[in-house]
Design a protein around this ligand. Structure first.
Ligand SMILES: [Zn+2]
Length: 129
């Protein structure tokens, strides 16, 4: 449900591209809400760990709770998540981690820098083919 195959295109500035197949999972509204709720629960649990620690708890607890709420709100607008992949950089061939994480808020191309050579790479999702 909600899973579809995509072609992940990694493009470097000179026009070189590397393509690999990936799986994109679309989140339903219920799934987004469940993920947001889980993030709030985890941040509350994490904040509770700091209760017995004097002084640090004054700063750590509000920061963890505010951070958790901010991530939870962001999670409500996430469209879906690309399954984690390793794709070689078109320039230096080092494997880069693509996808995974908390998901994406738009299907448009996004940029990231190569984990090895630091060149800017454009990640694009295309229909399989
Ligand atoms: Zn590279």
């Amino acid at each position: 449900m909600g899973e579809r195959r995509v072609r992940v295109v990694l493009e470097a500035s000179g026009g070189e591209t590397v393509r690999r197949d990936g799986v994109f999972t679309e989140f339903t509204v219920a799934r987004r809400a469940a993920r947001s709720g889980l993030i709030v629960l985890v941040s509350v649990g994490l904040a509770l760990l700091f209760v017995p620690i004097p002084i640090i708890h004054l700063l750590a607890i509000p920061m963890i709770l505010l951070g958790g709420i901010a991530v939870a709100i962001r999670q409500l607008s996430v469209l879906g998540r690309l399954g984690p992949l390793r794709i070689a950089c078109p320039k230096c061939s080092a494997l880069n981690r693509i996808g995974g994480g908390l998901g994406v808020r738009s299907m448009g191309p996004r940029t990231q820098s190569c984990e090895s050579c630091r060149r800017e790479l454009v990640v694009r999702l295309e229909p399989p083919g």
